[in-house]
Design a protein around this ligand. Structure first.
Ligand code: F6R
Length: 369
């Protein structure tokens, strides 16, 4: 049942290219239109939206953080991301022109459900991105876009996360399309690039052997830090969350630019720091800043584990371990950069003798607030 893998988690990591392809299937037309048949909000409803809130928990929240970058960039709509458990307690400003995007693999997470109930009481429209057909959150939403990850058995979310990213990109592109936007050319190009992503995820999976070896080398570390910028920041948070859940190690993700405001004090001789490097193409300034951050942590003794695009030679002098990912437009990069972090956490947990599929103290679906 694990299809030749030692753990469900490894099986599900391996299924990611297919899961992403299935989630995109039939939803992107060659003409560059986006077909979202399960979204029962009219184009007019979507044109009336003046603000987007994304609510979710845990890994799904990290998908939402990535979605914020895509939605704001493509649609110019203001978009906030909020932990579902915090949302209703601060009395958010909502009305019928607010679009709530609730992201949940299980569709049963109580914190997320309570957030959408609160939003609906204020007349906001709710669009759910969900993996479990017919679960409570999609039933209570105005519209739903299902991710087609298939059942996720391992407690730690992997393939559901990648499909949530894919679904978020679709929603962003759809909003941009119906609202008519400034970046029409760019959006058309993204549609094509999105279709190429399953193949790129597959390419990453084929090069994971050195990550397994690295996992054995750092399995006894006291703490592992993760840094990233822009969409690399939620990827850093997700890498740290996977490691906490599975390896029971101290792990923290930071926005790379925040390091100098405090966290850099944590770095000691040999501390592993995983650095998610943005593409040098597109936003070169951001890339160069992250390269400086890598130099800074290394100068303080960090053991640097660098996730960088093929052909990015600038990182080479500062990488103790270099993990390559295929060239990808910046906003789509999380689909490839998170994969080595999933494998790393899984293999560190295995090296420490932990139960990878059923980590202690965790449940697959959290139905209490
Ligand atoms: C992490 C993980 C959790 C869930 C969170 C939300 O690996 O699985 O953080 O992402 O509990 O769950 P859903 O997406 O079902 O609402």
């Amino acid at each position: 049942e694990k299809g030749g893998h030692d753990y469900f988690m490894l099986k599900e990591i391996a299924e990611q290219p297919q899961a992403v392809a299935d989630t995109l299937l039939g939803r992107l037309t060659e003409a560059g239109d986006i077909v979202l048949d399960e979204v029962r909000l009219t184009d007019q409803d979507l044109r009336d939206v003046d603000k987007v809130f994304i609510v979710a928990c845990g890994t799904s929240y990290h998908a939402g953080m990535v979605a914020k970058y895509a939605i704001e960039h493509w649609t110019r709509l203001p978009c906030e991301v909020e932990l579902a458990s915090e949302f209703r307690y601060r009395d958010p400003v909502l009305d019928r022109s607010t679009l709530i995007i609730a992201i949940s693999q299980s569709g049963e997470t109580m914190d997320t459900l309570m957030a959408i109930r609160h939003a609906k009481e204020q007349k906001a429209r709710v669009l759910a991105i969900c993996n479990a057909n017919g679960s409570t959150i999609p039933r209570e939403s105005d519209a739903v876009l299902y991710t087609h990850a298939g059942p996720e058995i391992a407690v730690a979310s992997t393939k559901a996360f990648l499909t949530q990213l894919a679904a978020c990109y679709l929603v962003g592109l759809h909003l941009a399309h119906v609202r008519g936007i400034k970046y029409a050319d760019e959006v058309a190009a993204v549609v094509a690039q999105l279709q190429a992503m399953p193949g790129k995820v597959e390419q990453v999976l084929e090069t994971m052997e050195p990550v397994r070896e690295l996992a054995r080398q750092i399995a006894d570390s006291r703490s592992v830090l993760f840094i990233g910028r822009h969409v690399g920041f939620p990827v850093a948070l997700e890498g740290a969350l996977k490691l906490k859940e599975l390896a029971y190690m101290h792990a923290e993700g930071f926005a790379a630019g925040e390091l100098k405001h405090g966290p850099i004090a944590l770095i000691d001789k040999g501390t592993p720091v995983v650095c998610v490097v943005p593409s040098p193409a597109g936003r070169g300034v951001m890339h160069d800043k992250v390269v400086s951050n890598i130099q800074e942590v290394r100068a303080r003794g960090a053991r640097t584990i660098v996730i960088a695009e093929e052909g990015d030679v600038a990182v080479e002098p500062y990488a103790d371990h270099l993990i390559r990912v295929p060239r990808t437009p910046t906003v789509l990069a999380p689909l490839v950069t998170v994969v080595p972090l999933q494998v790393l956490a899984c293999e560190i947990a295995a090296a420490r003798g932990n139960d990878v599929d059923q980590p202690r103290n965790l449940a697959k679906s959290v139905t209490v607030e």
